[in-house]
Design a protein around this ligand. Structure first.
Ligand code: HEM
Length: 464
């Protein structure tokens, strides 16, 4: 469906719809009205009946097309007004209810909480196309990038996903994460020490970006002297997931993937010879189901990219909303209240807004809307978390709310491996920051970066 030219469906319809939609609409109309061609052997009665059916079919087709048309939205994801506030767009989707067809992405999208949550848990929606359908391939100039992505958990489904996920879960035990807390607090203080005397900083660069990358380096067992390189590689690589990257950015992403792979292969070799107490050693040593070097490289790269970028932006988004809305700091040093703030910030302004799934069979999304086997569907996590049908006063930041879990970490098979680690990092980052700098306030009005999928700030200029 993606990339096909749009063409008019029937005369009665003025908005363009794609071929796949035409197929969907005509197939749906066939389901509603049995097809019955007029033949010479038919009686006058049969011919009249067939004519009625033809008219009914055209009518139904028009109705369905109009249903699709009324669900068709155009929104440029690179429009600054949009990426600074995608929630205004989401409100329109929620008013309509049901799936929408986002013309700029050429995708059917789900925005309601239940629909997104159910799709994440439904094996008919998978991260890979069904058997017999081609996997989306990267162009040749992204060959090194493709290599490190090959065994990424996000590029696998059972049984291969099950095997790697089990190994990662073992190596990623909660105990190990909890043990990291004291080191994270010390790290947060050290970072603040560096800029406290300046009276101002770009918190995104001096704090939010530094903390998660150091934590992930420690967890993996990558020397901390490499954190600047890890940051550069991660930034370069995640651009490829925005679906709006340039050719030059792809070349950079490929080089980053190749450099990162070289470093990891070197470290894996060292860990085989001399294991340490880190995640790379655990993955190398796991028995009986040891992962191959390529599987370990893919896993480590995913942990850095998935783990780092989202946490950076969630810290930035959370600090922003706290400074905009909350003058009461009674939550400082209260873990439970700080955890509530983190959870609400993740609902209110999450860093990851769009993930896609491939339909494993024809799926009725809504009356008149079928996604066909092999077609991609977008799940708008950021919209689901603002669904007024699920959350009271969904567009308000209310840390005391008790209306339940969000989908900010996903759900089902691909639920975030690093959720516990990320929540702990954010608790430490936010608590330490507001404790150390009680007069913290916004220096300039923060702007979001031009990257809708990774909904995070360009910079966060603060004063105190
Ligand atoms: C605020 C921070 C974070 C957010 C919002 C976040 C969000 C998500 C979401 C929504 C998914 C599901 C994607 C899908 O279903 O297609 C996911 C998966 C994943 N996340 Fe996170 N994440 C965060 C932090 C982390 C951290 C710190 C790590 C590890 C260090 C991590 C590692 C992963 C991995 C490995 C997956 C893939 C799991 C699988 O496919 O089985 N994430 N994350």
């Amino acid at each position: 469906m993606r990339g096909q030219p749009c063409e008019p469906l029937v005369n009665a319809v003025t908005l363009p719809v794609s071929r796949a939609q035409l197929k969907t609409a005509s197939r749906q109309s066939r389901r509603l009205v049995p097809f019955n061609p007029v033949g010479s052997s038919q009686t006058v009665f049969e011919q009249a009946r067939a004519k009625t059916i033809d008219t009914a079919m055209a009518y139904t087709l028009t109705m369905i097309t109009q249903a699709i048309e009324s669900r068709t939205f155009s929104q440029n994801p690179k429009d600054p007004v949009f990426y600074n506030d995608p929630y205004a767009f989401y409100s329109k989707l929620h008013k309509l209810g049901g799936p929408i067809y986002w013309q700029d992405y050429d995708l059917w999208c789900l925005s309601e909480f239940d629909a997104v949550n159910n799709a994440l848990r439904d094996s008919r929606f998978a991260r890979l196309p069904p058997a017999g359908f081609a996997k989306p391939e990267h162009p040749a100039h992204l060959s090194d990038f493709s290599k490190v992505e090959e065994y990424s958990l996000l590029a696998l489904e059972p049984p291969h996903h099950t095997r790697i996920r089990k190994s990662v879960n073992q190596a990623f035990m909660n105990r190990r994460i909890v043990e990291m807390e004291a080191g994270m607090v010390t790290l947060a203080h050290e970072l603040i020490d560096r800029f406290e005397g300046d009276g101002q900083t770009d918190l995104l660069r001096t704090y939010a970006m530094q903390l998660p990358v150091t934590v992930i380096a420690r967890l993996l067992g990558v020397p901390e002297t490499q954190t600047e390189a890890l940051l550069d590689w991660s930034h370069a690589m995640v651009r490829v997931y925005t679906l709006t990257q340039t050719h030059e950015e792809e070349i950079e992403a490929n080089k980053a993937a190749s450099d990162f792979r070289d470093l990891l292969l070197e470290l894996i070799g060292q860990r085989r010879a001399q294991p340490q107490d880190d995640l790379l050693s655990h993955l190398v040593l796991l028995q009986p189901d040891a992962l191959s070097d390529d599987e370990i490289v893919s896993t480590a790269v995913l942990l850095l990219n998935a783990g780092h970028e989202a946490t950076v932006h969630q810290i930035g988004n959370a600090v922003k909303v706290l400074l905009e809305t909350d003058n009461d700091r009674s939550w400082i040093d209260n873990d439970k209240q700080t955890d509530n703030i983190v959870a609400e910030a993740m609902r209110y302004d999450a860093p990851l807004h769009l993930f896609t799934r491939f339909a494993q069979e024809d799926i009725d999304l809504h009356p008149g809307v079928i996604v066909e086997k092999g077609q991609e569907v977008a799940l708008l996590l950021g919209a689901a978390n603002r669904d007024p049908g699920r959350f009271n006063n969904a567009n308000q930041f209310l840390p005391d709310r008790s209306d339940g879990a969000t989908v900010a970490f996903g759900a089902g098979l691909h639920f975030c491996v690093g959720a516990i680690l990320a929540k702990l990092e954010m608790r430490v980052a936010i608590n330490t920051l507001f404790k150390r700098l009680p007069n913290l306030h916004l220096g300039t009005q923060p702007e979001y970066a031009n990257s809708f999928h990774f909904h995070g700030l360009e910079s966060l200029q603060l004063r105190w």
